[in-house]
Design a protein around this ligand. Sequence first.
Ligand SMILES: NC(=O)c1ccc[n+]([C@@H]2O[C@H](COP(=O)([O-])OP(=O)(O)OC[C@H]3O[C@@H](n4cnc5c(N)ncnc54)[C@H](O)[C@@H]3O)[C@@H](O)[C@H]2O)c1
Ligand SMILES: [Zn+2]
Length: 354
Amino acid sequence: MTTSTSSPAASSGSASRQVTVGLAERSYTVHIGHGVQRLLPQVVAALGARKAVVVTARPPERTPDPGVPSLVVPARDGEEAKDLAAVTDLCRRFVGFGLTRSDVVVSCGGGTTTDTVGLAAALYHRGTPVVHVPTSLLAQVDASVGGKTAVNLPEGKNLVGAYWQPAAVLCDLDHLDTLPEREWRNGLGEIARCHFIGAPDLDRLPLLDQIAASVTLKAGVVAADERDSGLRHILNYGHTLGHALERATGFALRHGEGVAIGTVFAGRLAGALGRIGPERVAEHREVVARYGLPIGLPPDVSVLELVELMRLDKKATDGLTFVLDGPEGAELVRGISEETVGATLAEMPREPEG
Ligand SMILES: NC(=O)c1ccc[n+]([C@@H]2O[C@H](COP(=O)([O-])OP(=O)(O)OC[C@H]3O[C@@H](n4cnc5c(N)ncnc54)[C@H](O)[C@@H]3O)[C@@H](O)[C@H]2O)c1
Ligand SMILES: [Zn+2]
């Protein structure tokens, strides 16, 4: 079960939202609003932790205070630093500081940091409480919520991980003040796709409500399918093509931009398969465009390469798999022929050069 409530923020006087991720004894609250990282001492006290290690990719003045004796470990966001060596380093810092499994680890950074620190916490003493303070929009609406943690291997992204639910998540909107334009787009792509998986008309709401609604949607899906055995697939809306686009452009396209284009494509493919009508297809383009996100393929990627990448990505043997809209809402659709996918891709608009 997932609940969502509003209340005045602890200290800023502005509104905040609380979303509960309902997982029985592992349930937790996601606090969303300006200044909510000031709730950290309260959260840490409630856990009964006597010490904290705060792993932070943000500058000291932006790093939250846990209110108990703490070790602050500076970190760097980015896929390069998201590896097993970083997990080992962190665990060794925990030992050096005398952290016990009754204490707490705090992550403060983008999704790469919340993923790495989350995995370190999952492994340290076979599981030590972790509180995430996500600082990018993408980490606030997606990466920090749901308990999936992972790091990269040279062979590929997110290949080593664990499910480890945080004890709380503090999505402090103040962090977004310094977020570069490109990282806004990254997060907005994930918000835009929520429109088609159960949270319509988000784009007309204030940012706080958009983040809260995206988190509420994810919380509901996670509560129903914590370990990815069914419903959680719908969170991959727009992602099959999105991942292929990221790779085809050598990651010049940010993840959320790929998801945005992938969402437009998912609408067209659902239309081509007769699952939705032309108005709903157009709605995909309109929603993505309203976020100022790209709606067409980059000028120089080939349809053949994209089909190839999607085939490899899912190791599909009999057609390709997409999450597609339909009369019953979004669902996983298998066995879509490469011809249909290729033809629909060929009809996609192209973004201008440059
Ligand atoms: N565990 C999950 O369920 C899940 C879900 C989605 C994504 N992820 C993971 O999340 C990662 C992507 O997260 P991300 O987009 O946050 O990447 P990231 O951590 O690399 O951060 C993106 C960029 O934003 C910068 N940044 C972050 N916060 C900032 C701030 N407040 N001000 C200025 N700059 C800031 C970072 O320094 C970095 O350059 C990927 O590794 C992905 O696999 C995990
Ligand atoms: Zn995503």
